[in-house]
Design a protein around this ligand. Structure first.
Ligand code: ZN
Length: 81
């Protein structure tokens, strides 16, 4: 039982630490174009930039920006073919 309490305490600390590292809209905006480009290149930007991914998931404004960029860059790429 004591062990479970310790695990819960560690988990709570880990969650608190993650929250500390959250990025804001300004930071997200700086990285969102890189995020979109690497996604279109078939890479896994969510793995490379988990903080950007986390912000996009909880911020409607930035998610909108992300989707607009996705469409815009995809259109540019298609025209190059
Ligand atoms: Zn945002």
């Amino acid at each position: 039982m004591e062990l479970n309490v310790e695990i819960l305490k560690k988990m709570a600390r880990a969650i608190a630490t993650t929250t500390d590292k959250e990025i804001g809209c300004d930071d997200c905006f700086e990285f969102v174009d890189i995020f979109v480009e690497s996604q279109l290149q078939g890479k896994n930007p969510a793995e490379a930039m988990p903080l950007v991914e986390a912000h996009l998931n909880r911020c409607a404004n930035c998610h909108e920006e992300f989707e607009a960029l996705l469409v815009a860059i995809k259109a540019t790429t298609d025209n190059n073919h």
